[in-house]
Ligand binder design. Structure first.
Ligand code: OXD
Length: 308
């Protein structure tokens, strides 16, 4: 059987595969490495969606699509019947959690303003000091999956308190339900979005959500841009009442003339939370394990859509 992967480096990172598996590299859908027949297992490029999903219909023998992303939103509903869709849950936990911690500390300690002052060669002490601090803050993590838990574990030594929110409450584990957000938001100094993009979470951060946040609170989005309504976010940020750290936006990439670029209370990064050097080794370790499971007829992990 054939396995298509998007990186040449992946070949050596997959580990040993059964002898009847042929690995080929498809980095660009317009340059097929061989005939489409026989491709049973496809790993699309990281964060591909949209046009890349068109290839799904051209692979007659496809059984598994293994994503390299934690989010599967661009693929759910597009995978043909009989094809299993798996995400890369776990692969991005350390990197995304690090980005969240970095973004929170950067905003609270005014690093973006200080970096701007450095570029102007200005000793901006009076402009920023005293800054805010993370110690003692109440952090609300919306999305209690593996990345949410990784964020909590990394923030714990900073002497903060946590509230975790999931789709449904898990009282035994101290996890609140999303329906409790109106009561939880006014209590949080930092609100971290880590939910998958689904029909339930699209537009979750709307005017009411933002209005419920306390004065001076920080909103951190490491989920997906459309989880927040951009117009409502821009309007609330314009008041200066809250600030934001955004790795994702809607639209993405953000057009050069978009209001979010120049807001002094916004830290923007171009969807890089998961893009670190450890990504490929972690990702292909998962892919290799999945291929071995598939060939052995064992159940796959991280199944989002079960094709069986
Ligand atoms: C992901 C991401 O979904 O990095 O993995 O956005």
């Amino acid at each position: 059987m054939k396995v298509w992967i998007p990186h040449e480096a992946g070949r050596t990172l997959l580990g040993e595969l059964p002898p009847d598996v042929t690995v080929e590299v498809l980095a660009d859908a317009s340059r097929r490495p061989s005939e489409v027949a026989g491709v049973r297992f496809w790993v699309p490029p990281f964060l591909a969606g949209g046009d890349a999903t068109a290839l799904l219909r051209e692979l007659p023998d496809l059984s598994v699509v293994q994503l390299l992303s934690a989010g599967a939103d661009a693929w759910v509903g597009r995978v043909p019947e009989g094809v299993t869709l798996c995400d890369a849950r776990g692969v991005h936990d350390p990197s995304t959690a690090e980005w969240v911690v970095t973004a929170i500390l950067s905003q609270l300690r005014a690093f973006p303003a200080l970096a701007r002052a450095q570029a102007r060669r200005e000793w901006a002490y009076d402009e920023v000091a005293p800054t805010d601090e993370l110690t003692g803050k109440r952090v609300l993590i919306v999305g209690a999956g593996s990345i949410g838990t990784a964020v909590r574990d990394r923030l714990a030594p900073f002497d903060v308190s946590f509230t975790l929110v999931a789709r449904t409450a898990r009282p035994g584990q101290g996890v609140h339900g999303v329906d409790e957000l109106p009561g939880l938001l006014p209590e949080a100094d930092v609100v971290v979005l880590l939910v998958p993009l689904t029909e339930q979470t699209r537009g979750l951060v709307d005017e009411r959500f933002l209005a419920a946040m306390r004065d001076g609170a920080l909103l951190v989005n490491a989920a997906r841009g459309p989880v927040a309504r951009t117009e409502a976010l821009v309007a609330e940020l314009r008041t200066g009442r809250i600030s934001a750290a955004l790795d994702v936006t809607d639209p993405e990439p953000l057009p050069a003339d978009h209001a979010l670029w120049t807001m002094p209370n916004v830290l923007l990064t171009p969807h890089v939370a998961g893009s670190v050097r450890g990504f490929l080794p972690r990702a292909y370790r998962l892919v290799g394990e999945q291929v071995r499971r598939f060939v052995a007829g064992e159940p796959l992990v991280n199944v989002v859509v079960d094709g069986y």
